[in-house]
Structures are given as C-alpha cells and as structure tokens.
Design a protein around this ligand. Structure first.
Ligand code: SF4
Length: 435
C-alpha cells in the first residue's frame, strides 16, 4: 500500500529500532494485561531496561529492547497497541503502524538451580543470547564518585540479580537456556573487581560452560594489565572479548568514567583490545562505545580506531537510566544515530571486518553492524558484495561453530604456564630474537 506520511516518513525496521532507542515506547494499558512477554523492569548490567520486542523485517528480524520506564519514553510518539491481527506499534506523528512480536518469557526463567536460585537471577536473555553478570558488584560503586555516570549496575546486582553465582548455577542455567531457548552464545560480564584478577574470576565459568554445555562464549571485563591472562582464557575457550572504553575523547572518558580513568586509564583498554585482536583475528573482538554523549566526531573517530585494529564496534545508544547520575540527560537525536550507525557499517565494510558470522546472535540492547544494512542503499554493489561475503564466511564457519556448540574438553595449562611463556616471549622480543 502506498501511503503518504505527513511530516515524518515511514520507517523501515532498522530505522524503527534505532528511533525506539532514541524516543522510547509508550504502552497501551490493554496490551500487557494479557501478554506474557519477558519481564519489563529490569536493568541489565548498566545498559538499559526495557521491553523486549521483535520487529519483523525482510533483511532480518530485529530484536529491540525498547525503553519504556524512563522519563523520555513518556513523550514518545510510538505506542504499542493490539489490533485484530496482533500487536503493532503506532507512530502518532503520521499514523504509520508496524507489526511487532512480543517474545514470551522463557519457562526456565522461573525454574531454580540446584542451589535454589531462580535462573532468571543467574542470567537473562538480551535478544537471543544469554547475558550473565559474574562476581561482586562493581568496585566503583563503593564510592559514587568513581562509578560511571550513565550506569546503574550497583543498584541492581544483588537486588534484581543474584549476588553469588556458583559454577553449578551458571552451568544449569546455560543448559536450560540452550535446550529451551536455543541459545548459542553466553556473554559473561562484570564490573571493576581490582587486583587484575577479573579474568581469573571468569575462568572457571568459561571452562565449565565449554566442557559441560557447549556454547560460544564472550567475556567483557575491565582490561587486564597482564596480557598473558588473555592467552589463558583463549585456551579455555573464550571466542570473543569486548572492551568497554565508552568514549574516545579522553576528556569525556575522564568526565563520565572517573573510576576507569583513575584506576585503569583509557590506554589499558586500547592495549588489551589490540592484543586480543592480534591474537584472535579480525572480527573476534569488539570495542564498546556509547553514542550520544561525546561529540559525534569523537564517536566516528572511535569507530575508525576500533575497525583499524580489526575489531568490530559495539555502539550503544545512550539511554538516561532511572537511578543513574545522568538520568536527566536527553537521549540522542535519531538523525545523529543514523549517521553514526551508517558510518559503523561503512567502516566494517571498508576494513573487511566479518560481521554476523556466528549463528543465532541477535542483540536487543545495541544496533548491530548487521542491523545497519537497513540504513544504507541496498542496491549498492559494494554493500551487496559485503553481505554475500559475510554469508559465505558464515557458511564456511559452520563446522567450527558446530564444534563450539558441542561440549568438549579445553586445554587448561594453568595461569603459571601462560605467565612464564609470555615473559619468555617478551624477553626474546626485547633481545631482538623475535620479530
Ligand atoms: S565499570 Fe562503570 S559501567 Fe561497568 S559496572 Fe562499573 S560503574 Fe558500571
């Protein structure tokens, strides 16, 4: 149907996902009374709380975690309603409607681990993958002076997430999530723990998941100073590392992430990202940034830098969360976010970063590079070739991922081995023996 939308044009699925991040969503009260969707009010590791939705699309279906509880969402032109054919979002500016699907709450959310904890307190789906916070609450939250100003993690871990997660808790939750929700990827994250021992804390979980469940494993922790720790985790089976340096402009980094600046420094993130990217290869590591706070030029600079080192950018659209110091800041303009995310895809294409290779990983909290195909002219031959190239790579990688999704023994030679090997290599390099 050709319809003329006055003022605001009709959005395609990608534009709609991005604009929902920027403007939020109101919910018609009738809608949720009968719908058993995933629970709404839940802050996920400092990123965002919201309603999980799926927007069907011709290139791909898009998962979105739409802001619904923050103040700005109350002014949103988007309203979730129910019609005879199911749920839809109406844009009140122009009357456009978009069908959406509310993914049901998985049955295992309410199940308990053998230690009696609700599985939903161990891990939660964020799109199609399982996110698990491990370790004590972020150390920066001991003083609000040090915590990142956009973050609310300290308010949630131990309140809406179980504080102590045993390896058994995690294995059982991963097993159920894999069996019942078809999860392929588990992502371990944590806040600042201090003492350069963050990766050590993740190690037993990674090993157990690889050996007893069989999942693709990602780890997001503050950067380790001793880089041999990454060698160890890679042998234990980590498939992906991400590094949240958040802001490229050092002044913004200092201002918004005072704890990270004081205890680690921005360079520690860059050093660890460059090291792991060299060790693991293109597209296996990501640099995570927040768009919509520092000037847009700095965000584009961050994307250039991340893709230059062979990593892929994970760009979070700034969400002023309730309870964060930046709660009253405005969300970024939609138009700016289109520029940023288009640029992200162009940078990945120009530098040949593989995207969308691992199976069934859709992320609701960020706009993925693969989502950004909706933001470019799809007739462009270079974009078509890039999509095809990624499809071929995904096909070639199928046996590898099949192996990763099968429980298998990993090589664990213990931290001392990796420390000694790293020191030996560094000594040889400084003697000029190695290139
Ligand atoms: S490091 Fe910053 S963003 Fe991460 S949990 Fe701690 S305060 Fe929050």
């Amino acid at each position: 149907m050709n319809r003329h939308y006055v003022g605001t044009p009709r959005r395609n699925p990608g534009e709609l996902k991005l604009e929902l991040f920027c403007r939020g969503l109101r919910i018609d009260p009738d809608v949720l009374s009968d719908e058993a969707g995933r629970p709404i009010v839940r802050t996920r590791a400092g990123l965002g709380s919201g309603l999980e939705l799926v927007i069907p699309g011709d290139l791909k279906d898009l998962w979105v975690n739409a802001p619904v509880v923050e103040a700005f969402a109350r002014q949103s032109p988007f309203v979730l309603r129910r019609g005879p054919n199911g749920l839809f979002i109406e844009d009140e500016r122009n009357g456009a409607t978009y069908p959406v699907v509310l993914p049901p709450e998985p049955r295992w959310y309410r199940a308990r681990t053998s230690t009696g904890k609700p599985m939903m307190d161990i891990g939660i789906l964020q799109g199609t993958y399982l996110g698990i916070y491990v370790g004590p609450p972020c150390g920066y939250w001991r003083s609000r002076r040090l915590s990142c100003k956009f973050c609310t993690t300290g308010e949630n871990v131990g309140v809406s997430e179980a504080l102590e997660k045993t390896v058994e808790d995690v294995v059982e939750t991963c097993q159920r999530a894999k069996e019942e929700s078809g999860v392929t990827f588990v992502h371990f994250n944590s806040g600042f723990q201090g003492g350069d021992r963050d990766l050590e804390m993740a190690a037993p979980y990674v090993k157990a998941v690889k050996e007893r469940v069989g999942l693709i494993v990602g780890v997001q922790m503050v950067p380790a100073r001793e880089l041999w720790r990454y060698d160890w985790l890679i042998d234990l089976g980590v498939d992906h590392f991400s590094f949240c340096f958040e802001f490229y402009d050092p002044e913004w980094f200092r201002r918004i992430c005072p704890g990270k600046d004081l205890t680690l420094g921005q360079q520690a993130f860059f050093r660890a990202m460059e090291y792991t990217s060299r060790r693991m290869g293109k597209g296996r590591v990501s640099g995570e940034i927040i768009a919509g706070i520092e000037p847009i030029e700095a965000t584009l600079g961050a994307i250039d830098y991340i893709t230059d080192v062979g990593a892929f950018p994970t760009v979070c659209v700034f969400r002023p969360l309730i309870g964060a110091e930046m709660e009253d800041w405005p969300p970024p303009p939609f138009e700016d976010m289109v520029v940023v995310h288009r640029y992200m895809l162009e940078a990945c294409r120009k530098k040949g970063i593989p995207i969308g290779i691992a199976p069934n990983i859709e992320v609701s909290l960020v706009f993925l590079p693969t989502d950004a195909f909706y933001l470019v002219d799809r007739r462009r031959w270079d974009m078509r070739w890039y999509r095809w190239r990624n499809r071929i790579l995904a096909w070639l990688a199928r046996p590898y991922f099949a192996w990763q999704l099968w429980p298998h023994r990993v090589r664990d030679r213990g931290p001392d081995f990796y420390r000694r090997r790293f020191q030996k290599q560094a000594a040889l390099q400084s003697d000029g023996v190695m290139g």
